[in-house]
Design a protein around this ligand. Structure first.
Ligand code: UD1
Ligand code: CA
Length: 469
């Protein structure tokens, strides 16, 4: 088997992005552009993958960790100079080298495989992957002679008027005979408009030295798009989103309106789940089968089992077990664990809390730092008072207990199973099993008070004002 190597170019700042974040780290559907590239390359068996880093090197490394080796490009002197930095790791090796830019997030492993096959079939020293661009502005152009054979690649800024009319562009992906690549790289010069060492010049150098240089034209231009500014970034996101959404629909997920459904690349969704418009599913979210995710819900890094219903709610870093439901307008914060068949109603916030099977938290309630058992009813407007201004404290509520509406449960607190808290209570002491706790002022009714101050007084003033008019 021929050895295969890959080089990812990711050292540029990305000036045209006008961003503090290095270009290749800008996310497309939840994953940095350069990570998309690496993930696709990993689908092919490679003997070595080298990523050339420079601007934001540490941050790129943090993202790609040990999935690749690294070559450091101190000064960004051009794409040719960038590849040369990988020489220490790759030179004197026999095999084929795939080069991909870190700012082309839509390429698929399938296309890379086709490029390798074409390259080998042509017996070429270098094969550039090209595409027919509807608007070629900004891309390097493929100059072919009258026999259709590739002569060279000219950059936009160096192109003559005739060359600018060429619509076949360089996608920035190449396959090289590894030894030919590194010997030619030493010959490139920077005598061009940008004063850079262009990788693209290697094609002409190899051609002139009598080697076979080929071009493989891919059918789908969209897949090759390079992201240089925020307009292209939005477009890449849209194309990736479409690809992701179609994949889910093919797998049996209903997206009521795919145009307005935003699903990150690593999200997993089970069959027969229905996703309504305006839903955003982010990060490592996993959703089971037969779920309903209602309009305008946002779910991030959350695990949802099957038969779960989420209505217009915001979930982050949480878990919902099967048959549970939430919303509208509720919020699961990190480490909220909603048990089987639990009902969480509207305007409820849950943070770092376990809610046992069949328990109901219906309305306007805050549950933080708590463990709730099974079959509990938490009344409307209950507050788990977990914070004393310095520390957070825990509350336990046992199975089958009943928490009356408008209660404040001041942690640390243990409410046993089969216990009862009367509505409107502020509970500071533990409650034992089968007991009821009631902690509120007793009601006093004042006879005839309505006719006295201040209601009567207000009526008097309003009467005076009417008389004045
Ligand atoms: C490049 C190609 C162009 C092609 C286009 C496809 C060259 C000279 N031009 O142009 O023919 O049509 O890609 O998208 O190769 N980089 C480095 N170090 C450097 C310079 C760049 O690592 O010194 C990296 C960048 O981080 C980026 C990639 O190389 O990921 C491409 O650089 P960029 O400046 O975007 O090249 P383009 O102008 O798009
Ligand atoms: Ca680019």
């Amino acid at each position: 088997m021929t050895s295969k190597f890959a080089v990812i170019l990711a050292a540029g700042q990305g000036t045209r992005m006008k961003s503090k974040l290095y270009k290749v780290l800008h996310p497309v559907c939840g994953k940095a552009m350069v990570e998309h590239v690496l993930t696709q390359i990993e689908q092919i068996k490679m003997d070595e993958i080298v990523t050339v880093i420079g601007h934001g090197a540490e941050l790129v490394k943090e993202r790609l960790v040990n999935r690749t080796d690294y070559a450091y490009q101190e000064e960004q002197l051009g794409t040719g100079h960038a590849v040369l930095q990988a020489e220490k790791l790759l030179k004197n090796k026999d095999g084929l080298t795939l080069i991909v830019c870190g700012d082309t997030p839509l390429f698929t492993a399938q296309t890379f495989t086709e490029l390798f096959a074409y390259h080998e079939q042509k017996g070429a020293a270098a094969t550039v992957l090209t595409a027919e661009a509807p608007n070629p502005f900004g891309y390097g152009r493929i100059v072919r002679n009258n026999l259709g054979i590739v002569e060279k690649i000219v950059e936009q800024k160096d192109a003559s008027e005739t060359e600018k009319k060429i619509s076949e562009v360089n996608t920035g992906v190449y396959c090289f005979n590894n030894r030919d690549l590194f010997s030619a790289l030493h010959l490139i010069k920077n005598d061009n408009v940008q004063g850079e060492y262009y990788l693209t010049d290697v094609m002409e150098i190899l051609k002139k030295s009598g080697k076979v240089v080929a071009a493989y034209k891919m059918k789908n231009f969209d897949e090759s798009m390079g992201v240089n500014d925020r307009i292209a970034l939005a477009k890449a996101n849209k194309l990736m989103r479409q690809r992701i959404n179609e994949e889910h629909m093919r797998n049996g997920v209903t997206l009521v309106d795919p145009q307005t459904t935003y699903i990150d690349i690593d999200v997993k969704i089970g069959k027969d789940t229905v996703i309504e418009p305006g839903v955003v599913l982010k990060g490592e979210t996993i959703i089971g089968e037969d779920c309903f995710i209602g309009a305008h819900s946002e779910i991030c890094d959350t695990q949802i089992a099957s038969n779960v219903k989420v209505t217009a709610s915001f979930l982050e870093d949480a878990i919902m077990e099967k048959g549970s439901n939430i919303g509208p307008y509720s919020h699961l914060r990190p480490a909220a664990h909603v048990g089987e068949n639990v009902h969480i109603g509207n305007f409820v916030e849950i943070k770092k809390a376990e809610i046992g099977k069949n328990t109901k938290v219906g309305h306007l309630t805050y549950v933080g730092d708590a463990t709730l058992g099974e079959e509990i009813n938490v009344g409307c407007g209950t507050v788990f008072v977990n914070y004393d201004g310095i520390n957070k404290h825990h509350t336990n509520v046992g199975d089958y207990s009943f928490i009356g509406s408008g209660s404040n449960l001041i942690a640390p607190l243990n409410i046993a199973d089969h216990a009862y808290v009367a509505a409107g209570s502020t509970i500071t002491n533990n409650v034992d099993s089968h007991d009821m706790a009631i902690a509120r002022g007793r009601q006093v009714n004042k006879k005839g008070y309505f006719d006295r101050y201040p209601v009567a007084k207000a009526a008097e003033i309003s009467q005076k004002n009417t008389n004045k008019k």
